[in-house]
Structures are given as C-alpha cells and as structure tokens.
Write a new protein. Sequence first.
Lengths: 81, 181
Amino acid sequence: MNEDDQDRMKKLLKQALPPVKEDAEPRRNLWPAMLRRMDARPTTAVWAGFSSAWFDGALAAGLVALIAISPASIPIILYYL
Amino acid sequence: MQNDESYVLNQFQQGDAAAFETLFHQHQRTVYCWVLRITRNSAAAEDLTIETFWRIFSAHARFDPARGFEGWARRIATRAALDWLRAGRTESELSTEMLAEAMAPIEADPALTAEIRLKTAMAFARLPAKLRTAATLAVIEELPQRDVAAALGISVAAVKLRVFRALRLLRKDLEKQGITP
C-alpha cells in the first residue's frame, strides 16, 4: 500500500468516523459513582490478580514452547504482537 | 499556584482522599474526552472514566509527582479503554453514536454514500483493538504521534506501524465487500 493509498484510506476513515468534539462532557456527575466504587470492597481483586498472573505465565510458556518446536513461527508471532 | 498543584500531587501520592477528589474534579473531563475518543461511546466513556480513576486511586503509591498527573492518567485511561475494546466488542455492537456518525450527511464528499461510510465504520470496528486505537487517535483525532505513542506506551515508529497495518487491514476488508477505496 503506497502513500496515495494510505491518504485515501485516511480520508475515507475520517469521513466515516468524524473526530470527537473537544467540548464533550459526561452527561452526569461522575463523583457519586466514583464514591460508590471506592466504598465497594474489592473482594475479587486478589483472585483476579492471581488468575491473571497464572494466565500470563501459561501464555508465555506456550509461546516459548511454540518457538522451540517451530522457529518458523517467530515472524508470525512478532506480527501479532 | 504551582506550589498548590505540587502539594495536591504529593498528598495524593500519600493516599489522601481529599487530594484525590481535587484531582478527580480537575481531570475528569480530560479523561472522559480521551476515553470517548478511543471508544466513541459516551455511556462506556463515563463508566471507563470511573474505572480509570479507580485504577489511579488504587495505584497512588506508584505515582511520581515529578512526572505530572495528566500523562499518567492518560496512560491508565488508554489501558482501561483498550481492555474494554478487547472485551468482545464487535461491529455488531457499534454504538448508536457511531452509527449516527457514519450515516450523517457530510458536505466534504457527497459521492461517498452513507452505505460506504457505514461499511467503513463496521470494518474499522472489526480491527484488533490495539490497531484500531492507534488509528483512531492518530488518523481520526489527528493527535500528534508522539502523544499517541506516550499514551499507548510504545515508540513513534510502532504507532506508525500500527496505523499502517490498520489501514491495510481496513482496505482488505472493504475490498472483500466490493468497495475499492
């Protein structure tokens, strides 16, 4: 895709999705909701952190195994990173 | 004034709730606008503004007052918005705002039909979240690539690459639908 193609795509994209107005504001006062969120006990935080760490570790191990078995997959993995 | 700001930032870093409230009121609109730019959904942007400030509040001890609040908040907001985009959002869930934007009459190019703009918006919504976010901020919002890179925590070169890949995938998707941009 050359520069002209890129420019055409950019123009099309901007016409399909115009930029957000700079004076946009929330439709409601968010502070009461923020206070409710702060008062709520983070009961799942510990488990979620563990779960996330476990998943990240498993994913990393899987990628290492894939690279060891099939080094040809490195460019594909890099592409999707 | 500068001393007041420094004081509030230092107090927040130590976990002071009043300082956090001050920062919330000072920066909620900026954070909301930033998240709205990425999600293009006002209801989600409101929820994500709260989520962002919750993450900010939870991470107060890691905040470095010397590096300023806004950039830090923007990075956290970007991560929250990306999480939301990754949570299974597809073109079938295009917000009414996005549909309205795509269907609205435009003066710039009358030859570009509402159908093409809608299909473009839907194809764009199908892109991977990180490509879509980079293209949204750099192309649609026309923000400086340096700012986009800082918000995404990547280099300017990586922003350019993500935008290029987003545009290429978008073009391929449209070509499959018989639309030649």
